[in-house]
Write a protein that binds this ligand. Sequence first.
Ligand code: SF4
Length: 709
Amino acid sequence: AVDPHLHATRTTCPYCGVGCGVLATPDGNGGAAIAGDPAHPANLGRLCSKGSALGETLSLDERLLHPMMRSDDGEMAQVAWGDALDHVAEGFQKVVAEHGPSAVAFYLSGQLLTEDYYVANKLMKGFLGSANVDTNSRLCMASSVAGHKRAFGADTVPGCYEDLDQADLLVLVGSNAAWCHPVLYQRMLANKQTRGARIVVIDPRRTDTVGDDDLFLGLKPGTDTALFSGLFAYLADNAALDRSYIDEHTSGFDDALVRARTIAGSVVATAKATGLDEIDVATFFQMFKATPRVVTLYSQGVNQSAQGTDKVNAILNCHLATGRIGKPGASPFSLTGQPNAMGGREVGGLANQLAAHMGFTPVDIDRVRRFWKAPHIATHEGLKAVQMFEAIGRGEIRVLWVMGTNPAVSLPDADAVRAALSKLDLFVVSENVRSNDTVNAGAHVLLPALAWGEKSGTVTNSERRVSRQRSFLRAPGEARPDWWALSEVAKRLGYGASFAYTSAAEIFREHAALSAFENNGNRDFDIGGLMKVSDEAFDTMAPVQWPVREGTTKPQARFFADGQFYANDRRARFIAPEAPELRTQVSIERPLRLNTGRVRDQWHTMTRTGLSPRLGQHIPEPFVDIHPDDAAQFGIVDGGHARLTTDYGECVLRVIVSERQQRGMLFAPIHWNDETAGFARVGGLVAPITDPFSGQPENKATPVAIVPA
Ligand code: SF4
């Protein structure tokens, strides 16, 4: 038998934000044996079902191997890279000249490597002059970014994975970690078994994350802010505050507490607002109060909401008020969904960030302009994902380059997104596959991108740990790195001197240098200590948590225990959230609410996990969960089919009648699409309603009707 540790390449799993280290041993026939990397601090050798099956997803059967362009007769035809790049550059140049820089956009992905993200962000924001760079990470954790910035003055994750081993209380809010962050969930279970840590799960659904002896709070959808406002008031009323931390390191406490009391000032009021049992609420509050080492982990159930940022801040308020932040086993913790959502945030790959955790202040704009020697730096925020596609639909954005994501499936109101894409003057897609819903929505140019196992660069996981993704397979056909294609277009636009990159290492060094440029400890994101890394050292670079400041060798796993934040006055802010309220109403026509999410063994729109028959066995087809009483009311039968209709679209799904589902709520997974399952594109049903601070869509509560199909 082949020892997978021999001749193995150390790389990182391309799926979730846990960022597990992987040992990949090529078999010489295009495949590879896969094992967990025992030396990687994120997983210590463990892998979940998706990571373990990576070797089954390396087929080239559906790969896009050559550049393609749509000819006059509407057919896609293979072309030379040079011709495709000329066409892309001419399209961008023409539209910017005729309609201005706000008429062009990039839509990127948390699947991209940091180096690809960096070059895209630099080209659009520094040279084309638009901040219309957004990403599918907008659908994932934008509310956490906005919440962090409001509270901390920077988008900083204060804790680290070791906190999950060291906490005595783990509170999971809107997170089905057992399915969506399985290796971290295993760590939490190990803590429970070895140290007796208690777990509280707060979620409208009773998911597989809820163990028999855990406290489960099945709250009404959208009421998280009420629960954490109630907790905030309880902590204040029961002498559980860290007064010196509040006084010395924060501001806004009194106003936030007044608001919390208005929203849910007692256990009774909290129970009423959330639909929870009073004893359960009191038990949770007492557990939180009595446990100094508490980590509150939150994910899409918090973020994917029209009040997601307020939910995040309601959680952060409780940790700031008790000084439980950045200490071993005590912190709030945002679980990111994607493998490199964090790297995207670091380079500024969101329309409301500029670069390297800098924003659109005059000082930051000037600093980044000088660093990049940028001729046309963007001076204001661009359009966030949902608004970007609405602007495409109105004809205001006329050129779009999509990289590594499938917005015709994943964005809310996905049918409108598909219709909008067909209106573009120039629609460029960088992809691994020849065909998906987005490609088929009328792409004019397809550029073959490198896939996992072929590309090389860095990613950052949920605990700020930068890891190498390394190539262990030859690039097939004419597939090339995304940073290369972007740089080639930049050269054709006349910016060759600023985009003369020849390797990912070179880009990484520039990215690191920008993070440290005029930083002086005033910005959280600083990897200046890596800006002189040689090509050889980049090749062998071990996973490292940021910050990595130049001249310091002392690792820093956590932030903020010292009370030094990143607002100008160095204080954290308590935020007074709005009262929780869903922005849509159910009605006689749409009597239920649709909650969307993931299943254990699939990833995003299944372009990779769909290649593994083993992964397909867990849940082989799209489905909808419904409570037995709702099923009876609407004549829905377990195992039958049902048609779901919202104001935006409809689909047909297999029915699972389940007590785990709350009355009044349906749950359907996001993965299947027209390519994989015909009439099951759930994104087409979701309302395009967004959070006012983060722009993140509400994917959890669209009013819906269900009938037998
Ligand atoms: Fe990959 Fe996430 Fe599973 Fe780790 S937990 S193996 S990163 S999918």
